[in-house]
Write a protein that binds this ligand. Structure first.
Ligand SMILES: [Zn+2]
Length: 319
């Protein structure tokens, strides 16, 4: 059968999967990235992982339509070159070429967040739509923009940095060098910081019990669980946090007016508690409110598999 291979290249692990051409995963596996090491060593590990998965599935490598890789950093997708990836120490690394040499298959490379968005667009929350923007909430805020079947790369492979537009002038310092970026207010890291600040002011909050008495144990799920149980402090934290998300997400919708705005990251499992306010805010305050078709705000569907599935489908064209 015809299938494709997807690789999600991270600083700690290289995750891979075999998928059919519709993005249904047949098999996944992973190996440690093994940093610090050279780009050649990483290419060797990726090739080894591909061969191991193909063998396990009983396929022939020759039947792989292509290999797709989602890599951190900015990527020249035309050549499959990783222009810069800080944690891998890649500088103008011709990753597609290194892998084609080893595997003898066509290789496509894109930024990992773009690949995850592509996965949701082709096989998840955006399936069947013309345009989709994915906003991924995690340690930071990332995302991808797919318009009319094409991933928006920008002139330099660095487009769709959806965490780094400013929502608060002279606001919190961001690791990109600016102040007041959306990421500093809308990431899960920001939610946790907001929760810890509230806990310090509210020793009576149920957040303390749920965190086992130690604010270091607070994570996104703990905050939402406490809010669901009716804890006033947690409700306030969630309201404030979602307020930031509303402002950021509606700003993104105002710019792209995509058919689908998909919220990714583990926190998207919170479902309506998270998604419903975003919809309501956009319906009330979005630029296009009350006129014509409206962006549908939804939770991601592929969760942790989006990166691998999207990478696997990088060779796919959608018209
Ligand atoms: Zn920033």
């Amino acid at each position: 059968m015809r299938y494709c291979i997807g690789i999600d290249l991270g600083g700690t692990n290289i995750a891979g999967g075999l998928a059919d051409l519709d993005g249904r995963l047949l098999l996944t596996d992973s190996v440690p990235t093994g940093l610090p090491c050279t780009a050649d060593a990483i290419a060797d590990r990726i090739a080894m992982l591909c061969r191991a998965m193909v063998q396990k599935a009983g396929f022939a490598l020759e039947d792989a339509a292509w290999v797709g890789v989602g890599a951190p950093g900015s990527v020249d997708t035309a050549t499959g070159t990783v222009l810069y990836a800080n944690n891998l120490e890649f500088h103008n690394t011709p990753l597609a070429e290194l892998l084609t040499r080893r595997l003898g298959r066509p290789v496509f490379v894109d930024n990992d967040a773009n690949a995850a968005a592509w996965g949701e667009y082709c096989a998840g929350a955006g399936k069947g739509s013309r345009s989709m923007v994915m906003v991924t909430l995690g340690t930071g805020v990332g995302g991808g923009v797919v318009l009319d079947g094409r991933i928006l790369t920008g002139c330099n492979g660095a487009a769709a940095e959806l965490g780094h537009f400013v929502i608060q002038q002279d606001g919190l310092e961001c690791n990109c060098g600016l102040r007041g970026c959306f990421e500093q207010y809308g990431s899960v890291t920001a939610l946790i910081r907001q929760a810890r600040d509230a806990m310090a002011a509210h020793p009576e909050s149920a957040l303390w019990q749920l965190a086992g008495g130690d604010a270091a144990n607070v994570n996104g799920r703990v905050v939402f669980d406490a809010a669901r149980s009716g804890d006033a402090t947690a409700c306030q934290v969630v309201d404030t946090y979602i307020g930031y998300l509303c402002v950021g997400v509606t700003s993104i919708i105002n710019i792209f007016q995509p058919e689908i705005l998909c919220i990714g990251g583990g926190i998207s499992r919170q479902g309506d508690l998270l998604i419903q306010p975003l919809r309501a805010y956009n319906a009330a305050h979005g630029y296009s409110r009350g006129t014509g078709p409206q962006t549908n705000v939804v939770a991601a569907r592929l969760f942790g598999d989006a990166g691998i599935i999207g990478a696997a489908l990088l060779g796919k064209t959608i018209n």
